[in-house]
Design a protein around this ligand. Structure first.
Ligand code: SAM
Length: 279
């Protein structure tokens, strides 16, 4: 339910300061419309229904300078994500301190060329310092079906992820799906031209639902035109070249569950095209 859901009255009122303290603008005279400290950059990647945060944690070192947020409606799940990210940041800080003091272990990077600070836990797993130190990811509790435009301005986002959305199998529940005509218009509003909308599901029927909601199904429909003009699907070659697709396919908690059960994963990514010129 939406009871006690906090949301800003506009993106300009949103207080991100506690989410990304490493990215605070040092100029304290700059404030949001609500009077909070500003960040040096905007949040530009959103994971809708982030669950336990596996995607964010996987993407964090890949896009260390990009601010990313997971949005999750369940309180307990969001609390888990928040403490998970906090623990990762603390661990990174500990590693860096150990490296500065010269007491840390080291690990080799993937090319086996550079030694990086690392730390060994009780069971002997070695963890290395990762780019970005997880300072660039955070989670907020939100119902994205209702309040997305409260958080993000037009063209603010470069990527939106919808990973393994709740399938709502029954036809009378389809209106609860997180991909729909009206929500896709909101995603198109928040994404900048060239931005990407990532989807993955293990439910084949939902995959077709996704395709139907982003692509014209007939010449007649295309001639009529509409919001689908704003989307173009990425080719298999483009998907293979995008490391985010790989992370999305293997790092979310749901994707791991599907792998364990030898299930199928259906991926579709759509590029937000430029706004049409109305003449
Ligand atoms: N994306 C994660 C993954 O791949 O592991 C979680 C997938 S889980 C099946 C779907 C998640 O979406 C749940 O955690 C659910 O609470 C969340 N969710 C559903 N509706 C939502 C909404 N309107 N706003 C935010 N989160 C929502």
């Amino acid at each position: 339910s939406d009871h006690h859901l906090d949301y800003p009255i506009s993106p300009a009122h949103m207080d991100w300061s506690s989410h990304y303290p490493a990215f605070l603008d040092p100029d304290t005279s700059k404030t949001t419309l609500g009077g909070a400290r500003k960040l040096l950059k905007d949040v530009e990647v959103v994971d809708i229904g982030c669950g336990f945060g596996g995607l964010l944690v996987g993407l964090a070192p890949l896009l260390p300078e990009t601010l990313m947020v997971g949005m999750e409606i369940r309180i307990s799940v969001l609390e888990y994500v928040t403490s998970r990210i906090h623990a990762l940041r603390m661990q990174q800080q500990k590693l860096k301190n150990a490296a500065i003091a010269g007491t840390g272990a080291t690990s080799q990077d993937s090319n086996n060329t550079v030694e990086q600070p690392a730390i060994e836990d009780e069971v002997g797993n070695t963890t290395a310092v990762v780019p970005g130190n997880y300072e660039n990811i955070s989670g907020i509790r939100a119902n994205t079906m209702k309040f997305l435009p409260n958080f993000f301005d037009q063209h603010q986002l470069s990527k939106i992820f919808v990973c393994f959305p709740d399938p709502h199998f029954k036809a009378r529940k389809h209106k609860a799906r997180i991909i729909s005509e009206s929500l896709n218009a909101e995603y198109a509003y928040a994404l900048r031209p060239g931005g990407l909308m990532y989807t993955i599901t293990d439910v084949e029927e939902y995959h077709h639902w996704v395709l139907r909601h982003f692509e014209y199904q007939s010449e007649e429909e295309k001639d009529r035109g509409g919001v689908k003009d704003l989307w173009e699907r990425l080719t298999d070659e483009e998907l293979a070249a995008d490391p985010c697709v790989h992370v999305m396919s293997v790092e979310t908690e749901e994707s791991k569950k599907v792998s364990r059960n030898n299930g199928n994963k259906y991926v579709a990514v759509f590029r937000r095209k430029a706004d049409p010129e109305w003449s």
